[in-house]
Structures are given as C-alpha cells and as structure tokens.
Write a protein that binds this ligand. Sequence first.
Ligand code: ATP
Ligand code: MG
Length: 342
Amino acid sequence: MKRIFSGVQPTGNLHLGNYLGAIRNFVRLQNDYECIFCVVDMHAITVWQDPKQLVLNTREVAASYLAAGVDPKRHIIFNQSQVSAHAELGWIFNCVSRIGWLNRMTQFKDKAGKNKEKVSTGLYVYPNLMAADILAYKATHVPVGEDQKQHLELTRDIALKFNNDFKVDLFPVPEPLIMGAATRVMSLRDGSKKMSKSDPSDYSRITMMDDADTVAKKIRKATSDPHLIPGIEVLGENGSLPDEIRKERPEAFNLLSIYAALQDQELKDVLGEFEGKGFAEFKQSLTDLAVEKLGPMGAEMKRLMDDQSYVDGILKEGAGRAAALAEPVMREVYDAVGFLRS
Ligand code: ATP
Ligand code: MG
C-alpha cells in the first residue's frame, strides 16, 4: 500500500507557493495513494502564534485543502495537535536524532538568522517532529517542495537509525515525491528568496484568498526587469532552465515559471507564447490567469471558513481516523523501545 503524509503550517497568509508546491499536488495524488493531509499546528508554534489567530489559521488551511478539491471522505484531513501520537513519537525521535544532524538543517539557519540563542528549542527539533508526523503512519511517500527535501532526508535517517538501534524492521524509509515544474515559487520582491508566509512584506506573495484587485496590484508591483522575454533557445537540451541563466534574471524567470505552473504548461510553451514581449504586457496576462485560477478557490475558502462547525467537524472526524492508524504503530514503537505498558 502506498500511503502519503503531508502538511501545511497554520501560520496564515497561505500563498501561491503553498498552492502550487503542495496543496494542488494533494488533489492530484488522491487517486493513486491513501492520503493523510495534516494541518501542522504543533509546528506552527515553533515561532510565536497568537492563540486566537492560530485557531482561525487552522481553519484556513483545512479550508484550502477542501476548496482545492481534497475529498475528506476518501482521505484524512485533520490537525496535528488532536492526535497525541505526533508528540509522543516526536519525543522518542528527539532521542534518536543527533545534534550534528540538526545542525546541518538550512531551514533552521534561515529562520533563526543571527538570533540562534533566542529562538525556541522547538524550532531546532522541528525536523524530528516532522519525522514523527510521517512515520507515525508508516507513510511511504511524502510530496515535498524543494525547501523540505533536507527535512525528509533527516526523516529517512531517523527511520533507519531507529530500525538499526532497536533491531527492528518497523519503519519504512519514505520516498520524496517532487512534483512538476515550479516546485519552488520565489518571492515577488526578491527572486533569491522563496515565497513564504513569514515574509514581512505582503507584496512578496500572492495569497490564496487575495481578491482580483489585490492580485493585479501585487503582480504590477512585482520585481521584473526591462529586458524582453527570451525565446526557447535559453533552455537546456531537456527543456529545463539552466541555473546560470535563471540566476541572471531570477525575478523574470520566477514570473514566467508561475505562469507555466498555473497554466499547467512547460516553460518552453510560455516562452514560445511571449517571446519578444515586455513584462508590462506579460504581467497583464499573468494577472488574468492568476485571477481565473485562484478566484473561485479563494471564494470557496471564505465560504468554508464561515462554516466553522463543518470545518471543525471534518478535522475532528479526521483526527479520529488518524489516531486509529497511529495507535498500532505506537504500540510497536513502545515495545521496541522497552516502555512498559500495563
Ligand atoms: P513558513 O514561512 O511559515 O515556513 P511556508 O510558506 O514555508 O511558511 P509551510 O507551511 O512551511 O509554508 O509549507 C507548506 C508546504 O508548502 C510545504 O510542502 C512546502 O514545501 C510548500 N511551500 C512553501 N513555500 C513554497 C514555495 N515558495 N514554493 C513551493 N512550495 C512551497
Ligand atoms: Mg516553511
């Protein structure tokens, strides 16, 4: 059986990167896998969250899964803190994982910045909890954006070390599913940074609930360059964009890649269509496309977020089903570790 686990943090500002890099793929995977889609509220509190806002943001992520088209009858949608196995296995993995492994995590370095002494210990051990999220269900596949690849590697190391330390064959070693083009959407202001919920600038991202005027304004203000859009001759032999070319015009290629991803096309098709045009004209087409793709979904998210009891009911029911899957795994884990159960 092929089982997927994936999650999004309820840290607000759900954006186009979350949609193209994660949520849209959830919908595509649900025909081929048994899926567990989590709202990872315990990860969210690794940096300060206003408690009232956290509740609303949790519903926002759940609503985004539903509005994008995840079927909660066939698959599981729930929030992490409602299933205690995450915290329990997370603790055990804190004791399996090594400090040297965590010290290599680039996301911690990015998020902690110069302030390493002041951030929460939770932020540091975050990858161990992510391993617990995945392995509590013995998930075999994890769809990840580029930014999560390193954390999934760590999950694989933890699974192997646990099996090896306790001489068991308990955890599968999960495989990454890196899906399609534009798995890394960059900031609209700075093409060297990924689009992120935690970027202080609203103009760095298009959110899933932005209205048409806001989308238009953000795209108009997005950094681009005065050069014309190149033709397909800039692409490598396999049709992908060579890194050195992207680095010369990161913002320009980010906008072109977003267009390709929204339209479900290859970059070569977009270059073919817009070759020789300037960004003022291209941005108008990008705005129309973004509004067409995101508008109805954003409206549905708003509708769902007003229907609090429906969304909360989905999360509760999902949590019950998730807990039932994790329970036998946790029993095996406690046996392996030598925790007495009476
Ligand atoms: P934060 O800044 O709070 O970490 P985030 O924008 O990185 O927020 P996450 O909740 O950490 O969002 O990630 C949710 C999912 O969205 C993950 O699968 C992640 O790989 C994906 N994702 C996040 N940012 C991008 C991006 N810019 N491009 C593509 N995928 C992304
Ligand atoms: Mg993130």
